[in-house]
Design a protein around this ligand. Sequence first.
Ligand SMILES: Cc1cc2nc3c(=O)[nH]c(=O)nc-3n(C[C@H](O)[C@H](O)[C@H](O)COP(=O)(O)OP(=O)(O)OC[C@H]3O[C@@H](n4cnc5c(N)ncnc54)[C@H](O)[C@@H]3O)c2cc1C
Length: 545
Amino acid sequence: MPRTIEVLQSHGLADALLKDANQVYTISNYNYEADVGIKCAGRVTMINEPTARYPFAATQNQGVMEGILGDALLKEGAVIERPVRPTAIDLSTDENELKDPDAYPIKVRVKKLNEEEAAEELVHAKYVVGADGAHSWVRRALNVPMEGEQTAHVWAAIDFTPTPDSNFPDWRNIATVNAKDVGIMLIPREGGKIRLYVELGSEDGLVNAESGRLDSAQFSPDRLLEIAKKAFAPFVLKTTPENVEWWTVYVIGQRVASTFSVKDRVFIAGDACHTHSPKGGQGMNVSINDAHNLAWKLAYTIRGWAGTSLLDTYEFERRSFALELIAFDKWFAEGFSAKARAKLIAEGNNVDLPGPLEAFRAFSSVTTGIRIRYAPSIITATAPDKTDENGPYTLTVGKRLPPQVVLRVADRRPVNVQDLCLSNGRFKLFVFTGDVLSADDIQSLNKLTTDLDALLSELPKGLLEVFSIIKAKDDAITYMDVPQTLRPHWTSIHFDGHASGPVYDAYGINREGALVVFRPDGYVGTITPLGEVELVRQYFRQFLK
Ligand SMILES: Cc1cc2nc3c(=O)[nH]c(=O)nc-3n(C[C@H](O)[C@H](O)[C@H](O)COP(=O)(O)OP(=O)(O)OC[C@H]3O[C@@H](n4cnc5c(N)ncnc54)[C@H](O)[C@@H]3O)c2cc1C
């Protein structure tokens, strides 16, 4: 999804994903009509976000994505051990130990399964992150309950390449098909493949009463293809056995863990803390963004830069988003299922449900991840009055930095501002200097520089990177025109002179300028008037030691 691609780009990993991924731009909707079969009810643009840097969804095998992340970890010197399984976790109950930043209050016993006699090891840890999936061992070991809908739904997924005589016209778009007896979602994939998600309904009759597991005898690729054949009629959508790449049947509920951390020492992330239907294509996206949110907070705490209150913001920000997503998942699922709507109406439920196309239009506002807005906290200041949070381009506290192209002063090279906000663990201070061509402006910049120097000397070295963006279209401007603090490197100074749209206007910043602090994950932490370095200092004082 677009925001995840931006996040991957900030980690230097988007190119690797996009190289062979398929790109999806359109969603179509098909409904069943008696005597006709399914009929197209309309097509809508999938991503309706004017600020999306990547205005499409990328489809790629999750194994490829995991390979990209794994390779990046190895490059950073991380060690990935497989197969290793935890067998016991012991979290200290001694409050003093839990509060001591130098203590190792967690003991985890792990078994190395590929070694002879499965050697056991005892790991003393400061922190543990359970990113161990929907059946999370860590979550269960610490008795963290999942809350929400208890009825689980059974889904089947099958990947195949259609035969050339298949004539379903939307197989290279996402297609949601409300057939007579079943709901199917088609996703176009990389390499000319497609995936079909078949909603098989609740667990009733599909689970073996003795084993409590899905009754595998009831499923096969042939059976799934048979269901699809009927559902897509009068269109033909078929394949041959050798062109079926993969299939699965799985049970999923709409649930969120009651807490995402225990004592700010053990965390859970990803599917370990939220599960929902595959309709929004969200699970991996949300999981990557959980990790993106948590990683820098852990790093700051481990380095001793911040206290544990910073870690509290992980659950505060990510659990609220998970709850919002699940509420949306329910609304969306009912909205595009004609059957579900008919049933609710027949039962006399006075529900406010979207129609399928309305649901799709709303789809991108949640699932792209672009509109996430973290609520005020110690790392997200209360928005100043001036901020117009509804403006699509305006910088908004708690939201991500929207992409804009500026010109690098030293060589006039166009640069996307998002590429200044790399995920390197540092906060970024964007100094929107205003127009520096007048003498008054230069004088106020000198005062700003003195204040900024003082602030930088108080902060841990390397915590804050400074970038300047000058409001100017003047060709005479050089990177020497502003004091050195505002241009620590020749690549840190840019100007708003590009024909494709001046960045000041786009961000709603006037010629007086502004200071904008971005968190290490690319979200706006605070915005202050240009001269107010003291407000920036107060922002950092809220969570830095
Ligand atoms: C058919 C299907 C289609 C999907 N399609 C999409 C999609 O289009 N878009 C999307 O965003 N998401 C999709 N998802 C969801 C996505 O796969 C998950 O949300 C995502 O994988 C969650 O990542 P995770 O790292 O939290 O958990 P997982 O990917 O489940 O990873 C958990 C890891 O922990 C390991 N592990 C678990 N228990 C232990 C243990 N006790 N000891 C050691 N290791 C352990 C597992 O082996 C695994 O490697 C789909 C899911 C399914 C099933």
